[in-house]
Design a binder for this molecule. Structure first.
Ligand code: IMP
Length: 209
């Protein structure tokens, strides 16, 4: 029987990536299947804090769903850390340009702000990584979720390139490559990404538990 997982995200890019990486042994639902689930304010100071908050909020909301007594909730929080900016945009990656807690900024605005912050920095000072923390919780319990993290090292390009992917993909050049994720596309990103790294750990753990 496939394991039932509700992904605590409605972001089609993310959920597609996660579903593709999990493969056939999993039946995935997303927040698009639960449009009334409450929005969670991502106001924690760490990726793990936000991922745990999102996972437990959805576990609570799903407690009356009868077909979910044996399932899992998976929440991820992810973002970009740039070394010479002391780890910014970090947990604020989605709302970097707006500078507030509320409301995400358009990807183009976030990318423009990042390029402006890095103006005149040579490549060796543009080191960055994507980081992802996944929180996996059992439905029907409030036990602390199991956490899995993954990173993808690289650097920030001097100009956007490519229209594949989302977020900072047009600016992020993974280690050992010369093109951005925006140019490299889903197949290569699926092997290298921070989400893939975290998901591999999670799959291993689920197979053993
Ligand atoms: P989250 O949805 O709260 O995890 O916010 C993540 C934000 O970080 C996104 O809105 C993107 O700006 C950025 N981000 C996370 N993962 C990726 C990725 O794989 N590619 C590009 N940007 C990403």
């Amino acid at each position: 029987m496939p394991k039932l997982i509700v992904i605590a995200s409605g972001n089609a890019h993310k959920t597609r990536e996660i579903q593709a990486l999990l493969g056939d042994g999993f039946e995935c639902r997303t927040l698009n299947d639960y449009p009334d689930a409450p929005e969670v304010e991502e106001d924690a100071s760490t990726f793990a804090g936000n991922a745990v908050k999102k996972a437990l909020s959805l576990v609570d909301w799903l407690k009356h769903e009868e077909d979910l007594t044996e399932g899992w909730v998976l929440a991820d929080d992810s973002g970009l850390e740039v070394d010479c900016l002391d780890g910014a945009p970090g947990v604020r990656s989605a709302r970097y340009a707006s500078g507030t807690h509320e409301g995400n900024s358009p990807d183009e605005a976030n990318n423009a702000k990042l390029l402006a912050e890095l103006r005149s920095k040579p490549q060796h000072q543009r080191a960055a990584r994507f980081r992802c923390v996944m929180a996996l919780a059992r439905t029907g319990t409030y036990a602390h979720p199991q956490l899995f993290d993954g990173t993808c090292e690289g650097h920030i390009a001097e100009a956007p390139a490519g229209s594949k992917g989302f977020g900072y993909d047009p600016l992020f050049v993974p280690e050992n490559f010369e093109d951005t994720f925006g140019t490299l596309g889903a197949e290569i990103k699926g092997m290298l990404s921070h989400r893939a790294a975290a998901l591999r750990k999670m799959k291993e753990w689920l197979e053993a538990n």
